[in-house]
Design a protein around this ligand. Structure first.
Ligand SMILES: [Zn+2]
Length: 444
């Protein structure tokens, strides 16, 4: 499934800001849940999920996540899995703490235990909706780990929820705390999710520093190396910078450029995973281009990857006709279809500038002709897109043996109004002026 294409830092900052802004509403909602569902039934998680989704995450999870409740090992806080292919993100909650051993049915177990699991897994799911999946076996950036970013949001929610009349909500951060609790070592209501009820370790990470991406949350990994001070530091050092990237400003809609040159709007969450495309911004619309192709152009790679935005503005003045050629080049490495190119070459094998043919004008040909390509060349120059510049020069020298475009306009594009343009284009312009057509008539 699709995702919002946000970075982990931005997703954390966005949610953090939202949590802080909605403190009273969130505190009230959680207090009401704790009172209304003092007895957990088999329907409870499904009742409170949409409620929490709304107050904590602005309904971002709703359509992308489904919930399962099943028995797992007692210590498990559940698991969140990235959807593969077309499937949704799933949250599998652990039903075992709620099984009534005597009656053999669900019914026992405090609401706080359910809230701990649900809020925990909803943070993971939120990161997947906002940032998408990573690639298999990539080093994990933490979006499915109980790491720094996860901790920032968990702590913020805990802080808000614990000020209510029912006292602190027992949100567990450390896997070790959960392990001890299930092993029967008494763990009372922790006063603070980051005050570990165990002897502190040295500052070194105690686990493999970079777990690989598995597509599932890894909530049992030892995360004792993350300290309260790390989370505070993130708020001071990274929060404002992350927010300033304003990835939300990219909007929820991207466009698919269909074969008939029509733009089809697609909601990001219904589109392909964000890691598979970049966005060409053309007249305020964001058009998807396969990331592998776009980042394959060395001259664009840096601009595209800047600030992890994977976007590129098409300069103003790009007509639909030019955009069609530009898009073709991104997709196929050529501006016009191969058979068109061959056809143009076959007419007359040549290397040189085209001869002018006054009649008849072929409007369809002109759409992909010399003048259009000269204009595209200027666009490529403005975009610093050197592969496209080379491709157009190559076409100009080898693929057009004749043109019906108005010669004055061709010269205007080559020489410009304000002095010399590209040196290779000049060379071609000279050849164009010297070129003689049939009967020895020169273009000049
Ligand atoms: Zn987790």
């Amino acid at each position: 499934p699709g995702d919002l294409g946000w970075t982990l830092d931005y997703a954390t900052a966005w949610a953090f800001r939202r949590l802080v802004r909605h403190r009273p509403e969130i505190a009230d909602a959680i207090a009401r849940i704790r009172r209304a569902f003092s007895v957990v039934s088999r329907h409870t998680p499904f009742h409170i999920f949409p409620f929490l989704d709304r107050v904590l995450f602005d309904n971002k999870l709703g359509k992308s996540v489904y919930l399962v409740w099943k028995a797992q090992s007692l210590a498990s806080p559940g698991v969140t899995r990235a959807g593969e292919g077309g499937s949704k993100i799933s949250i599998e909650l652990n039903r075992s703490p709620f099984e009534d051993p005597y009656l053999g049915r669900t019914g026992a177990g405090p609401i706080d235990v359910l809230l701990d699991q649900l809020i925990h897994q909803m943070i993971h799911a939120y990161f997947l909706v906002a940032c998408g999946s990573q690639s298999k076996d990539e080093p994990h950036d933490g979006r499915l780990l109980d790491g720094l970013h996860f901790g920032v949001l968990l702590l913020a929610i805990w802080d808000i929820a614990s000020r209510g009349p029912d006292g602190p909500l027992n949100l567990i951060f450390y896997a070790e705390t959960r392990r001890r609790w299930s092993a029967g070592v008494p763990v009372f209501h922790v006063q603070h999710p980051l005050l570990p009820p165990f002897i502190a370790l040295g500052p070194q990470p105690t686990t493999d520093a970079s777990p690989r991406w598995t597509g599932s949350s890894q909530c049992t990994l030892d995360n004792r190396h993350i300290r309260h001070s790390d989370l505070r530091n993130w708020q001071v050092k990274s929060y404002a910078i992350a927010l300033s990237t304003n990835l939300e400003g990219k909007g929820d809609t991207v466009f698919d450029y269909a074969t008939d040159n029509k733009l089809e709007p697609v909601h990001r969450l219904q589109g392909p995973p964000s890691k598979e495309y970049v966005e060409l911004i053309w007249e305020d619309r964001r058009i998807m281009v396969p990331r592998e192709r776009a980042c394959g152009f060395a001259s664009l790679k840096e601009a595209l990857e800047k600030n992890d935005r994977f976007e590129l503005s098409v300069p103003a003045g790009c007509s639909a006709q030019l955009f069609a050629l530009l898009y073709n080049f991104f997709l196929h490495g050529r501006t016009i279809a191969e058979e068109d190119e061959e056809k143009k070459k076959k007419k007359k094998k040549h290397r040189g500038a085209p001869a002018i043919v006054a009649h008849p004008r072929d409007v369809k040909e002109e759409e992909k002709g010399v003048l259009t390509h000269l204009r595209l060349f200027h666009l490529a120059t403005a975009m610093e897109f050197s592969e496209l510049q080379h491709h157009i020069l190559d076409l100009l020298w080898t693929s057009f043996s004749r043109t019906t475009d108005p010669p004055i306009e061709i010269l205007r594009e080559v020489y410009g109004d304000d002095g010399p343009t590209h040196v290779d284009l000049h060379r071609w312009g000279r050849a164009f002026l010297l070129r003689r057509g049939r009967g020895g008539r020169s273009n000049y």
